[in-house]
Design a protein around this ligand. Structure first.
Ligand SMILES: Nc1ncnc2c1ncn2[C@@H]1O[C@H](COP(=O)(O)OP(=O)(O)O)[C@@H](O)[C@H]1O
Ligand SMILES: [Mg+2]
Length: 155
């Protein structure tokens, strides 16, 4: 059963995204099966993975979160998990900001990301969530989903 990590820091530009990306490929080199989740509406991690236009990705983590909040059935893994050079990832887009607003109106909505990722645990050794520098409803979801938090600091 895979372990879920998140990178976190309340400051932008503290290497959260770079750490997620490099850690993912380092673990892959060690033979681990890795999934990265871009959980920042700026979609920097998705861009690192080569997604040119995040808004054009049909199913992003924002779509999955919306479906989970509305109690809709999630699409199949193949519809939202992309792969690049041996590391899998779920894209983000601006749409995730709308999820943030919606989550604030929902009671007990801190487990939405956890519910999306739990069924994926069996398929991966490591899942890494890249977050935005805020302590809003999205990062509370990431904290509820993660087993461990990697706090990056400005050296
Ligand atoms: N170890 C490092 N040495 C030099 N530059 C780095 C290092 N880690 C990250 N950077 C640079 O810092 C900037 C911000 O990193 P990023 O991972 O996007 O931060 P965050 O996700 O925390 O906002 C990027 O331009 C990245 O290339
Ligand atoms: Mg980032």
């Amino acid at each position: 059963m895979g372990k879920i990590y998140m990178t976190a820091c309340m400051k932008g530009g503290c290497a959260k995204t770079v750490t997620t990306y490099n850690l993912a490929y380092s673990l892959k080199e060690l033979g681990k099966k890795v999934l990265c989740v871009d959980f920042d509406s700026q979609a920097n991690l998705s861009i690192c993975f080569g997604v040119e236009n995040p808004v054009a990705v049909p199913v992003t983590i924002g779509h999955l979160m919306m479906a989970q909040i509305d109690d809709d059935e999630l699409p199949g893994f193949k519809e939202y998990i992309q792969s690049r050079n041996g590391v899998d990832f779920i894209s983000s887009s601006m749409m995730l900001s709308a999820v943030d607003a919606k989550l604030r109106l929902e009671m007990g909505a801190e487990k939405m990301l956890s519910e999306i990722l739990e069924p994926l645990r069996d398929r991966y050794d490591v899942i890494i969530i890249d977050t935005a520098p805020t302590l809003g409803a999205l990062n509370i979801n990431a904290l509820a989903a993660a087993d461990e938090v990697i706090i990056t600091v400005n050296p």
